[in-house]
Design a binder for this molecule. Structure first.
Ligand SMILES: [Zn+2]
Length: 456
């Protein structure tokens, strides 16, 4: 097939089945797809008329698949981080229903911009007001899998330590998720797809979880859920159902390859086996979990054969940071370096993420026939020298600022560290202005120099 573009001269890290790395390689692209991968001379000779993109001295990676983001929670940056725990369980953070659709759009643009510039070509996004958030992600040019945050526990009551369920709320949010699927699933030849997003086994009642599963069946889409995320969640589910969070989902028939289970930090006896045997995809959030002081038992899950990918949750959507954290925290939790190496965490961020969203046949590696979701990384920084094994260099020494260009579906969306799709400065300024207003409105922030209790 004739290529319209050839990215040439890069070290191509394919993450194919053989984990092939091609030095002085090239990738030919036609429209949205990769049509050939190989040595530079061979690919250039086969596609003489194609536009040349000189990537000499750079590394070409498959785009990162970030399995869990709440882009709008960029609003928590700085003031939310030291408070501990997930924002949804806290009262003193401007989030959730305190944000209007315009607000979540503002902060989704900011969070999505971070993700894109730092090499995520796919994000699995879940938050309130998904209909407006998806438009912001679409505008950025990201590939996104989006769901509404569906729950029927009144989150105000949860923050006060009790669970009050409201069936009408659950129905309304599930209907919003269904409408999202109707409006956006498959948009732009599948660049935007949708999931069903029950928030958690504590914040969604058993009846709502069942209906969420039925909705996923009806539209044949995947699901995301926070699972064994906190001790409080696990205790609440056990008190309500008499079993663990994971077994509760198993009993409802919700585990399986279509489900991404986020966190899985507080697994109980037998839970890891249930996740692995059912083919459930586990999304580890190494940075946000370590920030909170806990971590998922990834070594055990991997030994049992579970598919484990990575997410950034409400932290900065920096997958270079995430892969290094994943390597380090999993070695700490497993007592040594035995079970995980640099290529393992790169796999988590690419092909295993693609598998988790059911799209390993078209994403997650650089192979002919797959979508051209690609990331070019500069290798000439002093902090990366000497470059002998570029994958190890990226994992142990790389910075997200080394990411030079990002392509989604054959189209560059970041070039030379600049987003091509949006006005970056306008996004940053809008978010800064609104974050100040929102934090001030709940009494959580005053500008420096203003008298009073200041946490700035
Ligand atoms: Zn989350």
């Amino acid at each position: 097939m004739t290529a319209d573009k050839v990215i040439t001269g890069a070290t191509v890290v394919t993450v194919d089945d053989k984990r092939t790395v091609i030095r002085d390689g090239a990738v030919a692209i036609s429209g949205r797809h990769i049509v050939a991968v190989g040595p530079r001379a061979e690919i250039e000779a086969a596609h003489p008329g194609a536009e040349r993109v000189d990537a000499t001295g750079q590394m070409l990676l498959p785009g990162f698949v970030n399995l869990h983001v709440h882009c709008a929670l960029a609003v928590t940056r700085g003031l939310g981080d030291d408070l501990g725990g997930a924002p949804v369980y806290r009262k003193d953070i401007p989030q959730g229903v305190l944000l209007s659709p315009a607000d979540t759009s503002t902060f989704t643009s900011l969070g999505g911009l971070q993700a894109l510039k730092f090499g995520s070509t796919t994000v699995v996004e879940n938050y309130i007001h998904a209909q407006t958030n998806v438009a912001a992600l679409d505008e950025l040019g990201l590939r996104a899998v989006v769901s509404e945050r569906v729950h029927d526990a009144d989150l105000f009551s949860v923050r006060d330590g009790e669970y009050v369920y409201d069936a009408d709320m659950g129905k309304r949010l599930l209907e919003a998720n269904a409408q999202l699927i109707e409006d956006w699933h498959g948009h732009d030849e599948g660049r935007i797809t949708c999931h069903v997003g029950p928030h958690g086994p504590d914040t969604a009642s058993t009846a709502l979880l069942e209906r969420a599963g039925e909705l996923a069946d009806q539209y044949d889409v995947g699901m995301f859920i926070h699972l064994a995320q906190t001790k409080g969640e696990v205790a609440q589910v056990r008190g309500r159902t008499g079993t663990s969070s994971v077994r509760h989902l198993a009993d409802l028939g919700l585990l399986g390859p279509r489900l991404i289970a986020g966190h899985c930090a507080f697994l109980e006896d037998g839970d890891a086996e249930l996740l692995a045997e059912s083919g459930t995809n586990v999304c580890q959030m190494p940075v946000v979990n370590a920030k909170s002081g806990w971590i998922a038992p990834v070594a055990e899950l991997r030994r049992l054969g579970a598919n484990v990918g990575l997410g950034t949750d409400h932290m900065v959507h920096d997958m270079v940071e995430a892969i290094r954290f994943a390597l380090c925290v999993n070695r700490v939790s497993d007592g040594g370096p035995q079970h995980i190496a640099a290529m393992d965490v790169l796999e988590m961020a690419t092909i295993r993420g693609a598998q988790a969203i059911g799209r390993a046949h078209e994403l997650g590696s650089i192979e002919a026939g797959k979508l051209a979701d690609l990331v070019l990384v500069d290798l000439d920084g002093a902090h990366l020298a000497p470059v002998l094994d570029p994958v190890a260099n990226l994992v142990y020494a790389g910075q997200s600022s080394d990411i030079h260009s990002v392509m989604v579906g054959g189209k560059f969306v970041v070039r030379d560290r600049e987003a091509l799709t949006v006005d970056e400065q306008a996004i940053v300024e809008r978010a800064q202005h609104r974050a100040e207003e929102l934090w001030r409105s709940i009494g959580g922030w005053r500008p420096a120099g203003v008298a009073g209790d200041c946490r700035c």
